[in-house]
Design a protein around this ligand. Sequence first.
Ligand code: CU
Length: 360
Amino acid sequence: MRIKKTMIFSLMALALILSACAPAATPNNTMPMNNDNSNMTNGIPTPGSMTADNPGAAHMMEPITAPNVQPATETTGGQPLAYREEDGVKVFELTTKAVQWPILDGVTVTAYTYNGTVPGPMIRVTEGDQVRIIVKNELPDPTTIHWHGVEVPNAMDGVPGVTQDPIQPGETFTYEFIAKPAGTFMYHSHFEGDVQVGAGLYAPFIIDPKEPEANPPVIDKVLMLSEVRMTDGETYAAMPMGGMEPNYFTINGKSFPATETITVKKGDLVRLRLIAIGQFIHPMHLHGMPFKIVATDGHPVPEAAQLTKDTISVAPGERYDIEFVATETGQWMLHCHILHHTTNDNVEPGGLMLMINVVE
Ligand SMILES: [Cu+2]
């Protein structure tokens, strides 16, 4: 303890000296040392900082609630979102709302969602498409959307207090940008992200290459990994903080055995797009067949650099596209190798697990 305290004091002293030496108001010098009840650091707002000016942030340890939450009308998240074309623009509509979302037989969480599902609907477009996304906020809290990994103009980046005002309850905001580059991306809330993302405000955003792939996979699945905390019938956004740890773990909003079984024919090329959107790292392990990492964070890996592995750690915010040829028939398991993550409220098997059923 004594050593730790000494180290902390030394670091604080060093930080003070460095900040005293730094030119005033350097925007990059935004280390959140503020305990001054301000959500500004050197004149730059620090979104999500827990301050008197930002009382919503103190909700992080409170249950996810909303008035009059209805049961979800859809059962599967991450499904392709239909769009309309207006003058060559692909127009998508999203509504944020709270629903009761079943993650497992007998276990239903209160979720913040896009269009009523967890994950929200998949936006899938082609590289170079002009896309417009109209977002209506029907949550009791403000929100914004960040297009994680997509190369959008700064004003479309979705950071509250920096690139836009939060979208208040009842308000609508329109995002518009050219979809680029091709790859596996996602969209998620950037307003009180520790709560809203954990509560379910996340979804896949896939940009297909303009030139069709030479060898496209027969099976192409997005698997979004997350966590949630349920106690005494209340839902909490799980986080790596004492008392807030998750006790349920989800793939595309479901815990095993409610996770999807992926059926493939022997000899098929299978692509799995792994996306970690929760707050914990998940070393995902595939039984039976090794795979190659063909893209990291949406960007293709040159063939000579494609590692062959059977376990891949996916950290929060990361994406890995993995591919394998299903050479062996049988029920092959894909699961997290932090084995607590394959339980449902401490009961095994559950959580981050699904079956890949290879048939003749
Ligand atoms: Cu895990």
